[in-house]
Write a protein that binds this ligand. Structure first.
Ligand code: BGC
Length: 348
């Protein structure tokens, strides 16, 4: 695979309250596609797509400065780890021991709690057309057992692909289920995502309880507003989707990536200027239509966020797997390595 040309190795992005410096990386490929990455929270903070009609569209929500990311409560492009999405009752039992986790959304644990990997300053290095981030999540972080050493590399190719490779090891048996929480709007975010056409390679999703926690059951999408198998505008049935979409779709093992059998096509999104395909080796993808985006919070250029401004497609193991024995296992033991690969391809 041809390598992208690295235009800017790094620039200073800001200083943390601890006095530590945070670097921002920019990768640019031969087609002019650029991504920005932050050492703090391993954020993917911008994807600038040069479009045919001229100009560049930044397809990600984010903030202008480090303070915006420090204050971020919506996981606006960061890594989520150790465990993505909700854990019911904010607890789980492993080998007879019950672990109580941070309750950071009512009675529920969301996106790894208060001390998730999104709150860490990651170390970083550039390797060809990749930036490799590493962090250590201490034993007991947010209530989880084991010291976890995690790596996440972002690679930009000249095929306009962004590849996210996660790996992690633990000193004690624990659940691991990492994702990235980028908010996309392929039109730049001035309007809602309603005219984006979404296709999901999924015929069922994990059913939720009243706290949006998967209860172990599955729901077939056929004949419901949740059916994106044939592709439709996100806005078409959103009014019948309980305030917007926020469920984990189970990915059908159907279309493989042409260069990598492990990666399955999970989603495609199209607008008149840009299309985006997501491939992953994970079993699920959270389609979240930005239902809780809040206009009292300001994003890039000081512009307020608004409901349904952006969507997330968070590739993952099924949420709450640790409490649902029938779901694919997310437990990792010492000596094992957790891995996750997701590839996002742009056409423009
Ligand atoms: C969850 C939403 C949550 C959002 C931001 C998504 O992954 O499914 O329920 O509000 O993240 O925290």
């Amino acid at each position: 695979m041809a390598e992208s040309k690295l235009v800017a190795q790094s620039s200073k992005f800001g200083i943390l309250p601890t006095g530590e410096q945070v670097l921002k990386y920019t990768l640019r490929n031969s087609n002019g596609l650029e991504i920005d990455l932050l050492e703090y929270g391993a954020y993917l903070s911008a994807i600038r797509v040069p479009v045919k009609k001229g100009g560049v569209i930044d397809v990600l929500l984010g903030y202008d400065d480090l303070q915006g990311y420090l204050d971020d409560k919506i996981y606006c492009g960061c890594v989520v780890g150790r465990v993505a999405n909700r854990i019911g009752g904010a607890k789980f039992t492993l080998d007879g021991h019950t672990y109580n986790l941070d309750k950071n959304r009512g009675e529920v644990h969301l996106h790894a709690g208060y001390s998730g990997m999104n709150t860490l300053l990651w170390s970083s290095k550039v390797n060809g057309n990749s930036v490799q981030f590493s962090c250590v999540s201490p034993d007991g972080a947010s209530g989880y057992p084991g010291e976890v050493r995690a790596d996440l590399s972002y690679t930009l190719t000249n095929d306009n692909e962004i590849v996210l490779d996660y790996s992690a090891n633990t000193s004690k048996k624990c659940p691991l289920n990492m994702t990235n929480h980028a908010y996309f709007n392929l039109q730049g975010g001035t309007e809602t995502i309603y005219t984006h056409k979404l296709t999901l390679n999924s015929s069922k999703y994990t059913a939720l309880d009243n706290n949006l926690v998967p209860n172990g059951e599955f729901i077939e999408v056929s004949g419901t507003p949740y059916d994106f198998t044939a592709g439709k505008l996100i806005g078409q049935d959103i009014a019948s989707s309980n305030g917007g979409y926020d469920v984990n779709y189970c990915i059908n093992d159907k279309v493989k990536h042409s260069k990598c059998d492990q990666l399955k096509l999970c989603a495609e999104v199209e607008t008149s200027e840009i299309s985006m395909s997501i491939f992953t080796d994970q079993v699920g993808v959270q389609f979240y239509s930005g239902n809780f985006l809040d206009p009292s919070k300001l994003g890039k250029k000081g512009v307020p966020f608004f409901k349904h401004q952006a969507f997330c497609l968070e590739t993952q193991g099924y949420p709450n797997s640790v409490n649902q024995p029938a779901f694919p296992d997310t437990i990792v033991s010492p000596g094992q390595t957790y891995t996750h690969a997701t590839l996002i391809q742009f056409k423009f």
